[in-house]
Write a protein that binds this ligand. Structure first.
Ligand code: SME
Length: 176
């Protein structure tokens, strides 16, 4: 099956979840992507200050994650780790940092063919070779990002960006 076809087949279940306001849409869509596309890590980072914007959706974020006394004041804003599939990943990402923080700051999809070439890349797994990060918007603001890592070099291109932006738009539509 071609990449396009797999993404196309993925779109319908995500659209149904969005329409039905499935509380587990983040976890389920990450799992679907990971399983069907054979990615290494798939998940969401959610803008901490906009957590209420996710409404009834299950963000998987615990109060302990948000109220972390260890976080130095004045060093935010931050995103926190939401639903994800794959090996353990870093819990917090600062605005403008790494691929995720760049996507957030620049409000755009970021495709990284070689993570070693991306200045400031945050290495959650040494096996990751390429990455794509797609923002999820609410009222024109980035409420979170969809982050996907691959063990294949240059695994992502504009085809992935286009389909993943459609998936991110469906998820946006499920926000209250
Ligand atoms: N590599 C990301 C951090 C998150 S992990 O890949 C799961 C980044 O540079 O933002």
């Amino acid at each position: 099956m071609k990449k396009d076809e797999i993404y196309e087949a993925l779109l319908e279940p995500v659209a149904v979840m969005a329409l039905e306001r499935d509380r587990a849409i983040l976890q389920k869509s990450a799992a679907l992507l990971q399983e069907r596309m054979g990615f290494w890590w798939t998940g969401f980072y959610l803008v901490e200050d906009l957590l209420p914007a996710w409404g009834r959706l299950d963000t998987g974020v615990s109060p302990e994650q948000v109220k972390d006394e260890e976080i130095p004041a004045g060093k935010g804003p931050w995103m926190v780790l939401g639903p994800s599939v794959g090996p353990p990943a870093c819990e917090r990402i600062r605005f403008g940092r790494g691929v995720c923080g760049t996507s957030w700051a620049e409000k755009r999809t970021v495709v990284v063919p070689d993570v070693d070439e991306f200045p400031g890349h945050i290495a959650c797994s040494s096996e990751t070779r390429s990455e794509i990060v797609v923002p999820v918007f609410r009222d024109g603001e980035v409420a979170g990002v969809l982050d996907i890592d691959s063990r294949e070099p240059a695994n992502f291109n504009e085809v992935d960006a286009e389909w993943l932006e459609r998936i991110a738009a469906l998820i946006s539509s499920a926000l209250s």
